[in-house]
Design a protein around this ligand. Structure first.
Ligand SMILES: *Cc1c(COP(=O)(O)O)cnc(C)c1O
Length: 582
């Protein structure tokens, strides 16, 4: 498994030889002094993507939150995830070449949530009652606030009153809910700045309960971690002072905290990132590249440093169950889903027969999922083991370049047709994104105009966890081509690597944690060079699947380099190491 120069290209965990110590720690050694079931790790997120528990998110931020909780549960970490429960969720359907967004009501009682009680938040115009609901797992739970008119995720614009109301409800309402169930946070982990008000609620509680204001600030800062997923601070929406007078200030008991917060306004405007930076001493970015390039400044004007803690996925959730068991049986990962110390030595035992067998199982899973998911021509797809599938599955966002592979239709067709290959696109257009909606329509009509593509390129609407899972398990090669510098981490590609897909990718986000020799890299000096390389890589991936040696080599190289990166247990370990340094 050596590369040409004899170097292992894998990404070593910083303390991979210390995993035994870590297990001891998780087995209630030193961590229990800091985290206990009464003082848990608290994780705040405006978005959770966990359909099994009735909460559907919008994308990667919510998927990460769900994976983080599940991994914590598997590792027996006392952990509470606090998030809104949105009484309706959004779906997107394609009918007659037109995209429709529709809202579906959801009832938390159908998903095992128990109603606990109510909490109140204040606005200048009055009180708002929020229902507190809870779902418990092994050592973790989801604690939610909700009310019938809470609205859906990301409703209205990001600087709107309704968003502020939702964010204040999560922060102040969620903090009150935590107290209601008798818990104090050991750590406040803010998954992006929409959760800022949780840390503010804590600061206000400390400062209004007699702690010296500056001590309260220091204390809150030391126990708050802000995870940033965005690249450019300026892109973030602002709130006005009068919006804060309506929704935020009425919830503050401490005059000193009010004054502190008021001072953070510049020209009567505030960005939540600037105050979040002030209230959180611990700050992380979601990949090595992102942590390095995220361009944020504190109020004094200094550049903010982010600790790189690359996102991971809950392997158990995203992998074909028998493949996950196989990883454990051959000793690639341990019981927590952490790569074993000698996982590189175990890799040679994976052979092409095993890869193909699991791909066949994955294809069956994909077929059963596709039974309910017609393509743009209203056809139900069913693939044979020998069919070749490329997939592009991710939000239909401009920087992810969903239409790039369709720039040269003839060339694309010349790649797909000789092999009879299919190309599946799954990805939602952000509601209201007219630009991308038009790009999708243009793409679909391009496909319509060609006899081969019409029957071999499939668009699946309402992209969700189920499709993400099915395509990771069931396709041969996945395509991830964000404009370099714009993907903070991305986790779809992690699901592909785990499930023995060949990854074609630009060197961006978490992919760039490893070297460009780890996967089929796409690069170039401009977009046309990148496109040319993308087509070459697509051809290459088809021939790799035809040669057992190449297939083994490619899949094992991906795993060697990426397994420690994609492991959600590794991510949790990194968070714990950062929060509780030894
Ligand atoms: C994994 C997943 C994502 C994450 O997508 P990235 O573009 O890789 O960040 C988004 N949506 C769904 C439904 C997913 O399953």
């Amino acid at each position: 498994m050596n590369d040409e120069d004899g170097q292992y290209f894998y990404h070593p965990l910083e303390n991979i030889e210390e995993t035994d110590i870590f297990y001891e720690a998780i087995g209630r050694e030193h961590l229990t002094k800091s985290i206990t079931s009464e003082r848990p790790y608290t994780y705040w997120t405006i978005e959770l993507y966990d359909q099994r528990d009735g909460i559907r998110g919008g994308g990667g931020l919510g998927v990460l939150a769900a994976d983080t909780r599940r991994v914590a549960d598997q590792m027996s970490v006392p952990f509470v995830l606090i998030t809104p429960f949105y009484p309706s969720e959004s779906h997107q359907l394609l009918r007659d070449r037109t995209i429709y967004d529709k809202q579906i009501k959801v009832d938390y009682k159908k998903f095992g949530f128990k109603h606990i009680d109510k909490v109140t938040i204040k606005t200048r115009s009055g009180l708002c009652n929020l229902d507190v609901i809870e779902k418990r797992f092994n050592t973790t739970r989801i604690l939610s606030v909700t009310e019938p008119n809470f609205g859906e995720l990301y409703s209205n614009t990001s600087g709107s009153d309704h968003r502020l109301y939702q964010e204040v409800s999560l922060g102040f309402g969620g903090y009150a809910a935590l107290k209601l169930v008798g818990l104090k946070p050991a750590i406040i982990h803010l998954n992006e700045v929409a959760t800022f008000f949780a840390a503010l609620a804590r600061l206000d509680e400390l400062a209004s309960n007699g702690m010296d204001f500056y001590e309260a600030v220091v204390y809150t800062r030391k126990h708050t971690l802000y995870t940033n997923h965005t690249l450019v601070q300026a892109a973030e929406a602002e709130f006005s002072y009068s919006q804060f007078e309506e929704f935020v200030f009425p919830n503050l008991k401490s005059l000193a905290v009010k004054k502190w917060l008021s001072d953070k306004f510049v020209n009567e405007k505030i960005r939540l990132s600037s105050v979040t930076i002030e209230i959180a001493e611990l700050r992380s970015g979601v990949s090595k590249l992102h942590a390095r390039v995220a361009n944020y400044h504190d109020i004094a004007g200094s550049k903010v440093k982010f600790k790189a803690i690359t996102n991971g996925i809950d392997l158990k959730n995203w992998m074909l169950p028998n493949l996950y068991n196989y990883y454990q049986e051959i000793g690639l990962i341990d019981q927590y889903g952490l790569p074993s110390k000698n996982y590189v030595d175990v890799l040679p035992s994976i052979d092409a027969d095993a890869i193909k067998k699991f791909k066949k199982d994955g294809r069956n899973s994909l077929n059963s999922i596709l039974k309910n998911r017609p393509d743009q021509n209203n056809n139900i797809l069913r693939f044979n083991t020998n069919d070749y599938i490329f997939d592009f599955k991710r939000r239909f966002a401009d920087y992810k370049r969903p239409d790039l592979p369709f720039t040269d239709i003839t060339r694309l067709k010349n790649i797909l047709e000789p092999r009879g290959a299919h190309y599946i696109i799954a990805g939602r257009v952000h509601t209201g994104d007219q630009n991308m909606l038009h790009k999708l329509y243009a793409l679909l009509s391009k496909i319509d105009q060609d006899d081969y593509l019409r029957t071999h390129v499939h668009y699946l609407s309402d992209y969700d966890e189920e499709l993400a899972y099915g395509l990771s398990c069931g396709s041969n090669t996945s395509i991830n081509i964000p404009i370099v510098g714009l993907e903070a981490c991305g986790t779809s590609w992690m699901k592909d690597v785990a499930n023995f897909d060949i990854l074609i990718s630009t060197h961006d986000g978490g992919v760039a944690d490893a070297s460009i020799n780890s996967y089929l890299n796409v690069s170039g000096n401009d977009e046309s060079e990148e496109l040319d390389m993308l087509y070459q890589r697509m051809e290459e991936s088809i021939s790799i699947w035809e040669n057992d040696y190449d297939l083994e080599y490619t899949i094992k190289t991906q795993l060697k380099n990426f397994l420690p990166i994609i492991s959600g247990a590794r991510m949790m370990k990194d968070y714990l190491d950062y929060l509780f340094p030894k």
